[in-house]
Ligand binder design. Structure first.
Ligand code: ADP
Ligand code: 5GP
Length: 212
């Protein structure tokens, strides 16, 4: 069973839409509000990426052992590499009452939604497809062939956007960051996320009735 204190927030979106950039800025601005899950992957590190910060970089064999040991909450294959979410960190943070963000692709997102239907799902897009291509090329981290594969994958992923709860268009970065924050904070007001408070006030009010 998953502990049910902090919320589980899933952020997906086309490669190059700006998910990583938004998440980095979000935790810079609101460090106490969110824990960003660090995934494991079998892809190679990009220049500037650090072990344990962007990802835990694994060989294919190491990744398959994590699957066999049931260490992952979800995992998927994306454009030729494994990606997955280590379970323990996510559950520990949620147990501590902190909202945990999983920045994952759509297959993994659907696995988590099936297991935990009360997860909050956001999808990040650029304002249009041309901007996506420009951002992906402009990032300068992938070969032309990988960019093509990722744009193909974006076309497939676009078919699944209706399975998400909210759409965030990343045009102006600060606006997108504030949108993500507003959606996540809104979730805290849901009745189902305040059951403890409601039970307490019900009990307190009962004592008024008994005084009568
Ligand atoms: P993702 O994590 O979704 O693959 P990134 O966060 O790596 O995407 O962003 C892709 C590229 O777009 C990066 O070079 C980043 O600096 C740039 N970028 C992100 N958000 C914006 C924005 N709002 N306006 C302009 N460029 C952006
Ligand atoms: P990138 O190689 O650009 O860092 O990530 C490629 C894709 O994998 C992105 O859509 C990203 O959201 C996704 N991704 C990153 N970590 C995970 C994970 O743990 N699980 C799944 N399913 N997807 C992930």
């Amino acid at each position: 069973m998953r502990p049910s204190k902090g919320n589980l927030i899933i952020v997906s979106g086309f490669s190059g839409a700006g998910k990583g950039t938004i998440m980095k800025r979000l935790v810079e601005k609101y460090p106490d509000s969110y824990a960003l899950s660090v995934s494991a992957t079998s892809r190679s590190p990009r220049p500037g990426e650090e072990e344990g910060r962007e990802y835990f970089f694994k060989t294919k064999e190491e990744f398959e052992k994590m699957i066999a040991d049931d260490d992952l909450l979800e995992h998927a294959c994306y454009v030729g590499n494994y990606y997955g979410t280590p379970k323990k960190y996510v559950f520990d943070k949620m147990e501590a009452g902190i909202d945990v963000i999983l920045e994952i692709e759509i297959q993994g997102a659907m696995q988590v939604k099936k297991m935990y239907p009360d997860s909050l799902l956001m999808f990040v897009s650029t304002p249009d497809a041309q901007t996506l291509r420009e951002r992906l090329s402009g990032r300068g981290t992938e070969t032309e062939e990988v960019i093509k594969n990722r744009l193909c994958r974006a076309c497939e992923e676009a078919m699944g956007v209706e399975n998400y709860d909210y759409l965030v268009i990343n045009d102006d970065l600060e606006t997108a960051v504030e949108s993500v924050h507003a959606i996540a904070q809104n979730e805290r007001f849901r009745i189902r996320n305040n059951i403890q408070f409601i039970d307490n006030i019900k009990n307190e009010l009962k004592s008024f009735k008994e005084e009568k």
